[in-house]
Write a protein that binds this ligand. Sequence first.
Ligand SMILES: O=C1O[C@H](COP(=O)(O)O)[C@@H](O)[C@H](O)[C@H]1O
Length: 262
Amino acid sequence: MGGQANLYSFPAVDALAPALRAYVIHCQEAGIARHGVFKVAVSGGSLPKTLAQALLPPATSEADTVRWDKWEIFFADERAVPLDHPDSNYALLRKELLDKLPADGPQPAAVHTIDVSVLDDAQELADRYEQELVKSFAGRDSVRLPIFDLLLLGCGPDGHTCSLFPGHEILRETSAWVAPIEDSPKPPPRRVTLTLPVVTHAVKVAFVATGGGKKDVMKEIFEEGNGLPCALVNEGCGDRCSWFVDNAAVEGVTYPRRPFSL
Ligand SMILES: O=C1O[C@H](COP(=O)(O)O)[C@@H](O)[C@H](O)[C@H]1O
């Protein structure tokens, strides 16, 4: 691990979106060059909307192309609800992004959802999602830990990311790839999440955080850390981690911003 997390700040989301697109496409090309596909995990919350703003506009060149048919999409965390439930991260990604892809154009190669036949049992739900990862990653990358090409993450106002909440025992998980949570402080309480070792093992991690509602926690993450899950990702990934934020989200934060470049 080297360096420190990159903090890229933009006046507003419409300036952030093209940079995020360029970054994602860069990671996509690296993944395809490495193993023929792009393995990406995404969060719920406010992320899918910004992602849609970045990825839905038509390509302006070959190099600007989102190659959806190479995308294997996983969920960084998911709530234990049916796939059409308003709380489902899958439903949100569909509504904001996947359903808006041109029907006659390329579609994602795979979208790995949770097994909704075991929603009442969070441990089983996590184990089955982990098996889904094992099937996809075994023999291709490390089998000790999956290596995602990119994780696209959100940051909650309390510093949580995925469903890794501040102070929760799940942060001490060292062997599972996917962990259950029954007592999420943010509803719904039952969820599954990628664990911290999996998150920090990814090739690249990108956070997207926008709006003044995030500025206090951004200050804490970047200036104190305090063991907040987002800060632990920064520490674990170093310069493999990049933050795409708007100016409102980092008002008063002294951590140095970088000009965006690939
Ligand atoms: O509960 C969740 O919250 C986080 C953060 O959401 P945001 O709306 O503050 O961006 C999200 O990243 C996670 O996937 C989701 O399950």
